[in-house]
Ligand binder design. Structure first.
Ligand SMILES: Nc1nc2c(c(=O)[nH]1)N[C@H]1C(S)=C(S)[C@@H](COP(=O)(O)OP(=O)(O)OC[C@H]3O[C@@H](n4cnc5c(=O)[nH]c(N)nc54)[C@H](O)[C@@H]3O)O[C@H]1N2
Ligand SMILES: Nc1nc2c(c(=O)[nH]1)N[C@H]1C(S)=C(S)[C@@H](COP(=O)(O)OP(=O)(O)OC[C@H]3O[C@@H](n4cnc5c(=O)[nH]c(N)nc54)[C@H](O)[C@@H]3O)O[C@H]1N2
Ligand SMILES: [Mo]
Length: 737
């Protein structure tokens, strides 16, 4: 079987990488392919069990039921309440739900969809946001007795679902070399252990510091500062596995690696394409924006191999849409509204061909003198590469487009009709587009389609890069990046009086290769579940086991705590919902959403255990223990007062000037986005149109092209439940056809 989802090549920017990298990667792939079974056997006997997906006794029988015919509405609210009450009890859940995404509350940790600028409702969250909050605020605890009772091998044999269900981590724990169980350790001992390992390395580049997009701005800024003062740019993050291709493609073509359209643009748009995104599960609050756009007359085109329920039909999407409780009984009768005006059942990885088809149709219309929406004046003034794009599209024959997109000429014509009729077009996209071997090309083609119609820098139009983790965009802005731009390093060095390393660091996949080769000895992660989320689990497990120390700052137990280096640490931290009290009083943190809005997040629940530290406190103490007299930064002052971190950010990162003052005055603010004003900070100063080949998949009769999707009761590696009420029968249908 072949798969189009090749997470190990999503960097996209390989031309600029060391030429040996590709060869090295091929070698590794071959090694794993040829010795995969051998590697699994080489792991501890328990590890091979632990790498198998699930323990059947935890899962019960696989059942195929009926999928909902419409998304959201009352079933979503019902599920929200059930999950919340189950994990937190009625009082705690109602208190928590009322604080989600409020100006005085905390930022929902589920996805990066923005909260409205104005008129936030009493309920400003969705079903899956509520699950994320309940999952973190659960009353269940993993205490010292738990780790005494279960050996690491026993825990590794449990399913991911079971691990997550055990509750919140409460105390720092250590696995000593060859130990069968985790044992308690004090915080100072844990910091000293990591510091000792780090300082014993031959080179700082033998350590890697991973961040997941749950991490908020202030700890992200401190982590990259610590790594760079220590001497390395080895700062992989979950973005390497997610929207890296979007960032690369948009930076090269538009000069800014972030989407430019806002929620207001969406709501005033005339046409919205949604490529490779299932908002009903992954960004349910996006459905509210889509529905408002429809109410204002926008048309929607869904481009997806699966007719995802939420793209086809929704009832009032989220709790906030029922501001009057009297509406609820009527909602029960509501069969929902069709969301997509056109559904394009594109083949897996057929997006380049599909967009070429739409472009070809538009160019043909223009030549025939019909309305086409091709904006020659914009193209002439603001872009380069049009002639090459036109020639490529004209040279591509319809048969090739139809075969590779899986769409008929007529389906493409209807999409082109809709594009031609719209003066304000938005394209939103997510992983169906980015997590492909040619993810960068897919995003180039999306940009092409927008640019030819002048749909960049126009109200109601533009790019909506639907980010995943709630602060994945912010972490990059804060400098968590293995390839930092020079101006950023210069500003950081000037602010903190040191010489940051200039050599690019390891991304996620390079981190794994370096571990495997024995070139990387210490792995430190702030949030996330590295092992379960990286590609090629057997190879990656083997790689991680070659580290001298693996340390994870976490809220919940996961597989990365169980497949470890020679020594391992679990460092339990505060979650978003929890009150963060430091020496200077109650502290708040900030996040940046998908649309570049910087907002505050302030927890309020009592911490799950008195032994938890904040992410900021953990990094600050670790930096102090490791760097000693090699740093002139007052790390503990940062831990005591997060305003000081924001002051430093305001001097280092453009767009954050007067950070604290603006938060106090404006509550939240937009970061600048030059592309929105038709200023393209590319190498030529113009927006770039690109020529992209149609990927070919030469499948033999028994071969299938696979792709990845999330289920409704999952958050990446966190399994909330074992149901997917939106998909089961569709999946069954897909499997049987
Ligand atoms: N509840 C919940 N919310 C989440 C997450 C979660 O796991 N659970 N994860 C968060 C994160 S980190 C992310 S990145 C986002 C992910 O958000 P999504 O990208 O919506 O997540 P997926 O479920 O992976 O959806 C991929 C979609 O692409 C479609 N697709 C697959 N292949 C192709 C293709 O070749 N072309 C096209 N056009 N479509 C294709 C699939 O059918 C599916 O609808 O969600 C975030 N929000
Ligand atoms: N198998 C699989 N692989 C994937 C994906 C997938 O869905 N499935 N998704 C891909 C994508 S798009 C992405 S973005 C990456 C995601 O990769 P990651 O971001 O590394 O993974 P998550 O599974 O979201 O991380 C879950 C863990 O984060 C910790 N955590 C949760 N909240 C907090 C918090 O507030 N603070 C701290 N310190 N820790 C916290 C918990 O311990 C939890 O077990 O994975 C990619 N790879
Ligand atoms: Mo993601």
């Amino acid at each position: 079987m072949k798969t189009s989802d090749s997470t190990d090549v999503i960097q996209g920017d390989e031309q600029s990488r060391d030429g040996h990298y590709r060869a090295k990667q091929d070698l590794r792939t071959e090694t794993v392919a040829s010795t995969g079974a051998g590697l699994a056997a080489e792991l501890d006997p328990n590890d091979s069990t632990s790498l198998q997906a699930q323990n059947p006794t935890d899962l019960g029988k696989l059942r195929i039921g009926h999928a909902s015919e419409e998304a959201a509405g009352i079933p979503a609210i019902w599920n929200t309440m059930l999950y919340g009450i189950g994990e937190m009890g009625p009082l705690r859940s109602s208190e928590a739900f009322l604080k989600i995404n409020q100006v005085t509350g905390f930022d929902c940790q589920s996805c990066a969809w923005p909260s409205p600028d104005k008129n936030r409702k009493i309920f400003e969250f969705c079903e899956n946001g509520a699950k994320a909050v309940s999952d973190e605020s659960t009353k269940k605890r993993v205490g010292l007795d738990f780790f005494a009772k279960y050996s690491i091998a026993e825990l590794a044999a449990k399913s991911d679902y079971w691990l997550n269900q055990q509750g919140r981590l409460t105390s720092p724990m250590v696995r000593h070399a060859n130990a069968t169980h985790y044992q308690p350790i004090t915080w100072p001992e844990a910091f000293a252990m990591i510091a000792q390992e780090l300082n014993g390395l031959d080179s700082p580049n033998q350590a890697s510091f991973y961040t997941s997009g749950k991490t908020t701005n202030e700890p992200a800024f401190l982590l990259q500062l610590f790594a760079r003062q220590f001497g390395t740019n080895n700062l992989p993050d979950c973005s390497n596995m997610c929207h890296e291709s979007s960032g690369v493609a948009m930076t090269e073509t538009l000069g800014v690696g972030k989407g430019a359209a806002t929620v207001e643009d969406m709501e005033s748009s005339e046409l919205i394409f949604i490529f490779g995104n299932n908002p009903g599960t992954n960004h349910p609050r996006m459905l509210t924006s889509l529905q408002k756009a429809k109410d204002h007359g926008a048309k929607i085109i869904a481009v997806n191999p699966l007719p995802e329920v939420s793209l086809m039909r929704v009832t009032n999407p989220n709790p906030q849409d029922y501001s009057n409780p009297l509406e609820l009984p009527f909602a029960l009768l509501d069969k929902g509204q069709a969301l997509a005006d056109l559904y394009l059942p594109v083949r897996v990885n057929g997006d380049v061909a599909a967009i070429k088809g739409i472009l070809k149709d538009l160019f043909e219309r223009e030549r025939a003198g019909h309305v086409s929406a091709i904006d020659r004046e914009f193209i002439q003034t603001f872009t380069e590469g049009f002639e090459a794009l036109l020639a490529d599209v004209e040279a591509t024959i319809w048969e090739e487009i139809e075969e590779n997109s899986g769409l008929t000429r007529n389906q493409i014509r209807v999409a082109a009709d809709m594009y031609a009729a719209s003066k304000k077009t938005i394209i939103a996209w997510c992983l169906g587009v980015t997590q492909q071997r040619n993810g960068v090309d897919n995003v180039y083609m999306i940009v092409n389609l927008l640019l030819v119609g002048g749909n960049i820098g126009r109200p109601g139009a533009g790019t909506v890069c639907v980010r995943g983790h709630s602060n994945v965009q912010g972490d990059r802005t804060m400098g968590v990046w293995e390839r930092p731009p020079k101006p950023f390093l210069d500003a950081l060095g000037k602010e903190f009086n040191f010489d940051p390393p200039q050599k690019w660091g390891y991304d996620t996949v390079e981190t794994l290769h370096a571990m495997f080769d024995g070139d990387l000895r210490v792995f430190f992660a702030i949030s996330g579940n590295f092992l379960s989320n990286v590609p090629d689990t057997v190879y990656s497990a083997h790689a991680m086991q070659r580290c001298r120390l693996t340390a994870h700052v976490s809220t919940k137990l996961n597989r990365s705590h169980l497949i470890t280096g020679e020594r391992a640490l679990i460092l339990p931290c505060l979650g978003r919902t929890e009150e963060d009290i430091q020496a200077t009083g109650k502290r708040f943190l900030t996040v940046e959403d998908s649309m570049g809005i910087v907002d505050r997040s302030r927890g309020f629940l009592p911490p799950a255990s008195p032994d938890l530290l904040s992410d900021v406190a953990i990094i600050a103490n670790l930096a102090k223990a490791t760097l000693g007299s090699r740093t002139s930064t007052d790390w503990l002052a940062f831990a005591a007062d997060y305003n000081l971190i924001r002051d430093a950010i305001s001097r280092v990162i453009p767009g954050f000037e007067n950070f604290n003052a603006r938060l106090a005055e404006e509550k939240f603010f937009y970061l600048p986005n030059a592309a929105k004003h038709r200023i393209f900070k590319t190498s030529s100063g113009k927006a770039k149109l690109s020529v992209c080949p149609i990927p070919k998949h030469d499948l033999k009769p028994n071969e299938f092209l696979l792709t990845t999707i999330r289920s409704h009761d999952q958050f990446n590696s966190t399994i909330y439940g074992l149901n997917d009420r939106y998909r089961v029968s569709l999946m069954a249908a897909a499997c049987s056809s």
